[in-house]
Design a protein around this ligand. Structure first.
Ligand code: GLA
Length: 665
């Protein structure tokens, strides 16, 4: 069965309404709800006094309507009494200010007292619900995030460093504290990189980001341990925030979970756009699937205008349905919409759900119902099916964090560079896996590693053997610049990949974003064409590679900007500039052809085509992301699983229309 759900907050509504809610949900095909992740005040109104009666009644009302339950541990937002007992449990922010009560996620993640309280409420909930017939799983906390710079975190950081480095001699040497005479003689001297008006040592800065990420993973692990022990029948997940969030290493956070979930908000109050950036949404899904290399859940899918202080655009008729099937196409095994009914009170009065505050069904409810009835018919075909892609992109949190500390160029943005390469693939309807630097690459033909700035030896070896064994690698400027301690390597760049790329960076230069340098591009088998380089300019010296692009201006005019190298059985392209969308388009077009990867289907622009495989059976998702009718040609008769009809030759797609095609024998 396919889990189709909503996020529900019974504690925010009169109890007399609950059965009406459950009835409406069941009518729409809802079979699961997430509850209680913000209900700590009601679950433990006073220290150690637990009250599950109201939640039992809410769950049984839902269960009577055939609805199952995921429970959130409520530690993302503590009742006032918790924080009053633990006044030093508030986070200290990067400016050195201690937060006060009134928001959420304001707790310090290393605070022993807060963690103890978190374990207590988790254990009490686990004991109470371990054998409840309606409860199927748990969400730990909610969107773990933030960084704390309090004295407690400082000493935890010092202990973390002691474990990582063993001796101060090693730490001083790896961080290069000889610079500015920062040689530490006691662990207790090591600061946290709170804003001081200066720029911290890059080694310290990167390690602090790693430490905070590890701290949240430990915070999560404590709750996972309790739930695994007390509720062995239940699954455990956490709601991640996709590609856009970069404070926690999500590959680590994903490890102890049964599967990853994420929260997908295509249209928000701070980003009013005519059409949602559907390629970026796809990147969020693909990144999330990569955290465990398997299907995931969407735990919060937008169902109304998003916004806290300003109101976002209402999802257009059909968009909720479109976003649902886009998620499924990219590997979602379940969809849960945020939220059932829009709040009357509190910070999120304008973050709309399926129902408005008045609680009466309307257009968005009708759309939910349509999706519900389609999934009743077709939903069982999706869970557990696979996305089998031949292209991977290497995604590194260490690299993101190192760039957060030092941007390299005021207009350089790693995420934007990454998204630009991703979008060039996506608009060609080429499926992409987003993987960590250590991932098994043997199933891919093309791997793109944009600006893999922190390059540990094992990641370099992984890419080296991928190319040696016949793969094609695209690497860019700012690859292999730093070692794991965020020190610049004493090698010709791209450092540990210089041999694989057959190139050495002789010099590099930067220019303002509005100044481009023309490139003459001669890709093998193509006519010479011109393109533009921008922001960053590696002046290359070829060792074993051939030139495919040369700069046409500046003192480095005539020097190689892009090279192609044969290495082992494979090839590497080194792009010595950060380029623009057009350059990425041209390069990928050529690279895809030369490794023999083709689009699944020749679809018109604005139509996304994704394959998902159930054994040998291919499901073809056709998603029209535009407000216009589109036509897509197909090569053989197919059954549209959503409508149960057969389509032939041309699929006519209404605005925001969706087809899920199964090829007929
Ligand atoms: C996040 C949170 C939800 C809610 C929504 C909308 O995704 O997990 O609790 O705050 O955003 O703001």
């Amino acid at each position: 069965m396919f889990y189709f759900g909503v996020d529900y907050y019974p504690e925010q509504w009169p109890e007399e309404r609950w059965s009406e809610d459950a009835h409406l949900m069941a009518e729409a095909g809802i079979n699961v709800v997430r509850l209680a992740e913000f209900a700590w005040s009601f679950l433990e109104p006073h220290p150690g006094c637990f009250d599950f009666d109201w939640l039992d009644r809410a769950i049984s009302t839902l269960h009577q309507h055939g609805i199952q339950v995921i429970l959130g541990t409520p530690t993302a937002s503590a009742p006032p009494w918790v924080m009053a007992m633990l006044p030093d449990a508030y986070k200290v922010n990067e400016h050195g200010y201690r937060l006060t009560y009134g928001n959420r996620c304001e707790f310090c993640p290393t605070h022993a007292g807060y963690r103890e309280r978190g374990r207590m409420i988790t254990r009490a909930m686990a004991d109470h619900y371990a054998d409840h017939p309606a409860v199927i799983g748990w969400q730990i906390d909610n969107e773990l995030n933030g960084r704390c710079y309090c004295p407690n975190c400082q000493s935890a950081f010092q202990n973390w460093l002691r474990i990582r480095y063993g001796t101060l001699e090693k730490l001083n040497s790896d961080w290069g504290t000889a610079f500015w005479s920062h040689v530490y003689t006691e662990w207790s001297q090591i600061p946290v990189p709170v804003e001081t008006g200066g720029v911290p040592n890059p080694g310290l800065d990167l390690d602090f980001r790693r430490f905070m990420s590890d701290t949240f993973a430990c915070f999560q692990q404590e709750q996972v341990d309790i739930l695994r022990q007390v509720c062995p029948k239940h699954f455990i997940t956490h709601n991640f925030m996709g590609f856009g969030f970069d404070q926690i290493n999500y590959y680590d956070l994903a490890k102890p979970l049964d599967f990853v979930s994420w929260d997908n908000y295509p249209r928000t109050g701070w980003n009013l756009v005519k059409e949602a950036d559907y390629a970026y949404l796809a990147l969020g899904h693909d990144t999330t699937r990569g955290f465990k290399g398997k299907p995931f859940w969407v735990m919060e899918e937008q169902s109304g205008s998003g916004g806290w202080q300003t109101v976002g655009m209402n999802p257009r008729p059909g968009e909720m349905r479109l976003w649902t099937y886009q998620a499924i196409a990219h590997g979602a095994d379940a969809i849960v919409y945020f939220r059932w009914r829009t709040a009357r009170y509190g910070t999120e009065q304008f973050w709309h759900g399926v129902l408005y505050q008045h609680g009466q069904p309307g257009r968005r409810y009708d759309e939910l119902k349509t999706i519900g009835s389609e999934l009743k018919r077709a939903g069982s075909q999706f869970p557990g099916s696979e996305n089998r892609n031949q292209v991977a992109m290497i995604h590194s949190y260490d690299t993101r964090w190192a760039f957060q500390g030092q941007r390299n160029h005021a207009d350089f943005n790693y995420s934007a560079l990454f998204a630009s390469y991703y979008k060039a693939l996506h608009c060609r309807n080429i499926g992409v896996d987003i993987v960590s630097p250590g991932a098994d690459l043997s199933r891919y033909r093309l791997v793109i590693a944009p600006a893999l700035y922190i390059l540990p030896p094992d990641a370099a070896d992984n890419l080296r053997s991928f190319v040696q064994q016949g793969g094609m690698l695209i690497a860019t400027a700012r690859t292999g610049v730093k070692d794991e301690s965020n020190a610049v390597v004493n090698l010709f760049l791209p450092g540990l990949l210089a041999d694989v790329c057959g190139v050495e960076v002789d010099e590099y230069d930067v220019q303002p974003a509005d100044m481009t340098v023309p490139l003459e591009l001669s890709l093998p088998g193509r006519e010479t064409q011109t393109s533009q380089s921008r922001l960053w300019f590696d002046v290359l010296r070829r060792t074993t590679s051939q030139t495919v692009a040369t700069y046409q201006r500046e003192y480095f005019s005539g020097s190689p900007a892009i090279t192609l190298n044969r290495f082992g059985q494979g090839q590497s392209i080194y792009v010595g500039t950060l380029g623009d969308d057009t350059l990425h388009d041209t390069l990928l077009d050529w690279a895809l052809k030369s490794v023999g990867i083709h689009a699944v289907l020749a679809a018109p622009s604005g139509v996304e085509v994704i394959e998902r495989w159930q054994g040998n059976q291919r499901l073809l998702f056709l998603l029209n992301h535009t407000s216009e009718t589109k036509e897509a040609p197909i090569t053989q008769p197919c059954m549209d699983l959503l409508s149960g009809t057969i389509v032939n030759e041309i699929v006519i797609m209404p605005p925001f229309g969706v087809f899920v095609l199964q090829e007929q024998e």
